[in-house]
Write a protein that binds this ligand. Sequence first.
Ligand code: FAD
Length: 396
Amino acid sequence: MTKNYHEVIICGAGMIGLTFALLMAEKKIKVCIVDKSDKRLLFAQQDNRTTAISQGSYRILKKLGIWKKLKNEFQPINQIFVSEGLGSHDINFDYKNLGEGPLGFIVDNKLIKTILLNEVSKSKYVSFKYGTEIININNEDIDNSFIETKNFDLYFKLLVAADGRFSRTRYHANIKYYYHDYKQTAFVFNISHSKKHHGVALERFFPTGPLAILPASNSKIHQSSIVWTVDTAVATDKAFKDNFKEEFEKKYDNFFGKLISISEVKKYPLNVFSCYDIFKKNIILVGDACQAIHPIAGQGFNLGLRDAFALSKTLEKSKELGLEPFNLCLMKSYESMRSMDKTLLVNATHSLNGLFSGSGKFKSLFRKTGLKIFSQSNFLKNQSMLFAMGLRNLEA
Ligand SMILES: Cc1cc2nc3c(=O)[nH]c(=O)nc-3n(C[C@H](O)[C@H](O)[C@H](O)COP(=O)(O)OP(=O)(O)OC[C@H]3O[C@@H](n4cnc5c(N)ncnc54)[C@H](O)[C@@H]3O)c2cc1C
């Protein structure tokens, strides 16, 4: 074999590609990560988002030793209030009802990515090709598969695509997917407010889209992270743009006291990509490359992490059995392991967004009745909490 041969190549050093590399390193399996960004750019990321990390994901990251590196820079979510518009909290999810610890944790994306990058850089099981964009993939012959990049070819046995929602690997592998443009824009920013948040997260549903207010960790000020989804038709309207802060304040409604400041605002157009196949030949998709979902429930990373976790276990098994990393039977078992979770979340987030966005008397009545039934059933609330916490769908 040429010197540019790696049994397992991961395309994409996002949060999923990096965590997958560390899960493999934990099992003493060598991998090579390829990312189109150069090292400087990867470390100086511009991501101003926070991620709601579920209990299940927390347990994976803790076992990997990542959690302790966050020191105390994470915010536990103790309660989630859900309401239609500015109404009183129609549903109240409380961590005390389950005894499984906090409902989740809010973590700064820049911080966790930096920790993951540092850990990957230190690992003797992970090699890194920065500034390397995949131009083409040639895997007609599974035993002689290679990636073409601008400067060299990289040979592999198994290629793991973790290159995000616009995955080029998925394109080269010719894996088909369902796509839908929500015609919505997510505005992401941080706010500081006069009162403490006490670990409370709030999800308010408006006809123009949901507003999520997530408690943030900050020892100096009272801070929350905002993901405000707005129909793109409204978001591009001049009057809305000119009065952005006022429009937000109306929806925020002094929930945590007076609004003190708003950080820089970043925009994300919202869409869903969901692949019909999880793998094709010796190319396998994980994270957003496989399914990129609406952020309404803050589950995309958690779902992708479960992909990474299950795939690392599958590859550990193939190593134990002395098989090649690409083994059709094991890949099929991986696929069946992941299909249900993926299908459930793609459909649940899609339907939730459809139900909770838009106006109309029938929809509104349906929402109100649904919320009422839900709020009165501890069983429903507890089951959905366990699911959202990643404790119902984690093949541990
Ligand atoms: C507004 C918003 C809020 C969200 N909030 C939450 C939340 O609270 N909780 C949650 O669980 N999820 C959340 N998500 C989803 C979450 O952010 C994603 O699921 C997650 O970041 C996906 O990570 P990834 O590693 O799969 O992909 P990405 O982060 O997209 O990483 C892909 C990597 O691949 C590289 N790459 C791309 N193309 C190539 C190529 N051709 N060659 C080489 N490298 C390439 C890129 O440089 C990048 O480093 C949110 C999403 C949005 C939009």
